[in-house]
Design a protein around this ligand. Structure first.
Ligand code: ZN
Length: 245
């Protein structure tokens, strides 16, 4: 009898103890909602493989002066390519050479720095921002004869700028704002080993490479705005011609 009584008391005591409830067994908790299928991420609007280079010629600073804005706009930018020239407002490198003739050479550290950047950021399109101290109107030099990107950029900007009707670069003559060396002309550069950055990028990566020029005599704000507008329109049109994946 005593045994039965103590067992009953014991059971009574056990029942009165609060029982821990496991988190996952809590009563009246709604089941976790099933995750909704994630929406597809939106397709990028613009190409991201557009590389912009600035300050190849140190006395043509407008591209370098807008490069922070270009980075904010999402462009991949390298510059100034000629830091000594930018510091000293000098077209040439400290050793007197023109960097934009040195891209085939092994003994030019500034050219190698640009080439290394391009190896790590392969361009689908390269825009090299310059100014022409003697220029009377803006113009583009397009390395890459296979597309009409340069012409389309000029058409898009014609209402804003009076492009040089007869631009000339070395012996190569252009028209209506565009200089577009033909394949034989580009081949001739290979023989001479005098490579501009635009030519080097086209030859190495097969990308269209445009040297962007505006008169160095324009007020600084106008030069900066022009560089930004060309980059903006180039990206829009290049992305239409070659939609991003
Ligand atoms: Zn230049």
């Amino acid at each position: 009898m005593r045994t039965v009584l103590s067992l009953s008391l014991c059971l009574l005591a056990a029942c009165s103890q609060p029982q821990p409830v496991a988190d996952n067994q809590a009563a009246n908790v709604a089941p976790e909602p099933k995750p909704e299928p994630r929406p597809e991420p939106p397709k990028p609007k613009y190409r991201t493989d557009i590389v912009i280079t600035t300050g190849v010629h140190g006395n043509e600073p407008s591209g370098y002066l807008v490069q922070d804005q270009l980075i904010e706009m999402g462009f991949t930018v390298f510059g100034p390519c000629n830091p000594w020239g930018i510091q000293n407002n000098n077209r040439h490198l400290q050793d007197g050479r023109d960097l934009n003739r040195c891209f085939a050479l092994d003994d030019c550290p500034e050219a190698e720095a640009v080439r290394e950047f391009l190896r790590n950021n392969k361009p689908g399109l390269l825009l090299d921002l310059h100014e022409d101290p003697d220029g009377t109107g803006p113009y583009l030099i397009q390395n890459g004869p296979e597309d009409d990107l340069g012409r389309r950029i000029i058409d898009a900007l014609k209402a804003e700028y009076d492009f040089d009707p007869a631009p000339q670069w070395s012996l190569v003559k252009g028209e209506d704002g565009l200089i577009k060396p033909t394949r034989p002309m580009l081949g001739f550069q290979k023989i001479t080993r005098v490579y501009s950055l635009g030519y080097y990028a086209w030859l190495t990566y097969g990308c269209t490479a445009i040297t962007v020029e505006c008169p160095g005599t324009w007020p600084e704000e106008k030069r900066k705005k022009y560089q930004l507008r060309v980059c903006e329109e180039a990206r829009r049109i290049f992305s239409e011609l070659h939609p991003p994946e």
